[in-house]
Design a protein around this ligand. Structure first.
Ligand code: PGA
Length: 247
């Protein structure tokens, strides 16, 4: 089973620190798993230059689905492609909650990325209230159905699902392995229902939410999990390399 560790730098890395960050990662992260870093827009060009001779994948954290035009402040999938992005995160709960992004909007972004051959990391996850009310399965299913609406089965090979319980993000709280396993099973069974048995088995599913060096292994041991999406613990390049090397 292919393993991934993806860092999500959020709004943290400055242009002046980008080259150093990438170089430290290149020199120190030597796990066999696939490693990627989703950098802020202002670091993509610098990251592209720094990482071009390494296996570390460059990614973005957002895009607009339109190809171009009067969208002040926005960035298109073609712009990401020409900046060297191999993947882009969409559907992160911070964008859903703080910027009002809906599943329908995320769906358009996914289609735009796929047109340009950029891999998608689609984040889904339930709130604490939804979790406590036993709604996790329902929430994950709705997010998956609506975000993947209109996509063909052969396009799923370019999509990675990141299960990120909202209450675990940046909180230091993490779900139990059993809960993660249940969520992964739900995700795979939705894909099986919507596409095929094979598609549900094959799709890559990551866990995200307060992943650290101390707990990363426990998540990777959960049946059906292909890796981790790491926020806070990816900010320091050396510490993140150590985390990567545990995989
Ligand atoms: P965290 O963030 O690791 O800081 O909880 C994860 C994420 O937001 O993807």
């Amino acid at each position: 089973m292919k393993k991934y560790i993806i860092g999500n730098l959020k709004m943290n890395l400055l242009p002046k620190d980008t080259q150093d960050y990438c170089n430290i990662l290149k020199e120190n992260a030597n796990s066999k798993c696939t490693v990627g870093v989703a950098l802020p827009f202002t670091s993509l060009g610098l990251g592209h230059v720094a990482l071009h001779d390494s296996k570390i994948l460059l990614g973005a954290q957002n895009l607009h689905y339109e190809d171009g035009g009067s969208f002040t402040g926005e960035v298109s999938s073609e712009m990401l492609k020409q900046s060297g992005c191999a993947f882009c995160i969409v559907g992160h709960s911070e964008r859903r909650q703080k910027f009002g992004e809906t599943n329908a909007f995320i769906n358009k972004k996914i289609k735009s990325l796929l047109k340009k051959g950029i891999k998608v990391i689609l984040c889904i996850g339930e709130s604490l209230g939804e979790n406590q009310n036993g709604k996790t399965k329902q929430v994950l299913s709705k997010q998956l159905f609506e975000c993947l609406e209109g996509l063909y089965e052969n396009e799923l090979k370019s999509i990675i699902i990141a299960y990120e319980p909202i209450w675990a993000i940046g909180s230091g709280k993490t779900p139990q392995a059993k809960q993660v396993e249940r969520a992964v099973n739900n995700i795979r069974s939705v894909i099986k229902t919507a596409y095929s048995e094979n598609a549900g088995e094959k799709i890559a599913v990551l866990y995200g939410g307060s992943v650290t060096k101390e707990n990363v292994k426990s998540f990777l041991l959960v049946k059906g999990i292909n890796g981790a999406l790491v926020g806070g613990a990816s900010k320091d390049a050396l510490a993140f390399s150590e985390l990567v090397n545990l995989v």
